[in-house]
Design a binder for this molecule. Structure first.
Ligand code: JEK
Length: 232
């Protein structure tokens, strides 16, 4: 899978070189390329923002550097590939969920456009729609300072679903059977630690009882912490 990221803070994405996604990149499963939006500017100050038409607080990202950099990425993309998907993290986007991650893990080419300031001139989204599919996606209902942290979370959630990235595919199979419940609690050795004991059922070797106990824990925790998940 090919992933391009456009940002004014390319070093934010240095962490993609470590851990699971770093290994996936070494193995050639993920081809991630980060582009500095300022390299697509033409003025001496490498300006990417300007004041909003109609007034209001803050600055808005100018369309021209975005047009230039998105053209460069789309023109260079493989002629054999399907249309890329442009993902613009936005507080005004559709909510990013595990279902969104699953859909995007099937794509050949995803391009993340990370805004800053008050966001990106709206015409950039209209233009990108002439070069691929466009989705404005929100990580959640809180306000971040830009799209970078959201894009990073999305890349990790999508990347781990690409076949071969997660070493043990059984963990992904188990996740897909969780049916919208929170996960059950996990324990490892030692069986007794600082006076806290691992629940006896997990030491019993009775796999039927263990499966029942884990399911009960999932339902109980979901009712306490995320009752919204049980609504229907
Ligand atoms: C992309 C710029 C910063 C901050 C003004 C007024 C209510 C805020 C833009 N889940 C998520 N939260 N935030 C983002 C996100 C934030 C971004 C950009 C994504 C580009 N910013 C910013 C304040 C405002 N708004 C009305 C909401 C706009 C995000 C994601 N994904």
């Amino acid at each position: 899978m090919r992933i391009d990221v456009v940002t004014i803070f390319p070093t934010f994405f240095d962490v993609l070189e470590v851990s699971l996604l770093g290994k996936a990149r070494e193995k050639g499963l993920l081809d991630v390329r980060v582009h500095d939006l300022r390299d697509a500017t033409t003025d001496r100050h490498r300006t990417v923002d300007d004041t909003p038409y109609g007034g209001g607080a803050g600055m808005v990202m100018k369309p021209e550097p975005w047009g230039h950099v998105l053209d460069g990425i789309a023109d260079a993309s493989d002629a054999a590939e399907t249309d890329p998907v442009f993902v613009f993290p936005s507080p005004a986007g559709e909510r990013f969920t595990q279902a969104t991650a699953r859909e995007m893990a099937h794509e050949q080419h995803v391009i993340f456009g990370c805004g800053r300031y008050e966001g990106i001139d709206e015409r950039v989204f209209a233009y990108a729609a002439t070069r691929g599919r466009v989705r404005l996606v929100s990580l959640g209902d809180y306000v971040l300072n830009g799209g970078e942290v959201a894009a990073m979370a999305m890349i990790e959630a999508i990347g781990r679903l690409v076949p071969g990235v997660v070493g043990n595919p059984a963990s992904l199979v188990e996740e897909s059977h969780e049916d919208g419940l929170l996960e059950y609690p996990s324990y490892t050795k030692p069986a007794s630690w600082r006076g806290y004991d691992v629940p006896e059922v997990l030491l019993s070797g009775n796999h039927g009882r263990i499966a029942q106990w884990r399911h009960d824990q999932q339902v109980e925790r979901t009712r306490e912490r995320r009752p919204d998940l049980l609504a229907d």
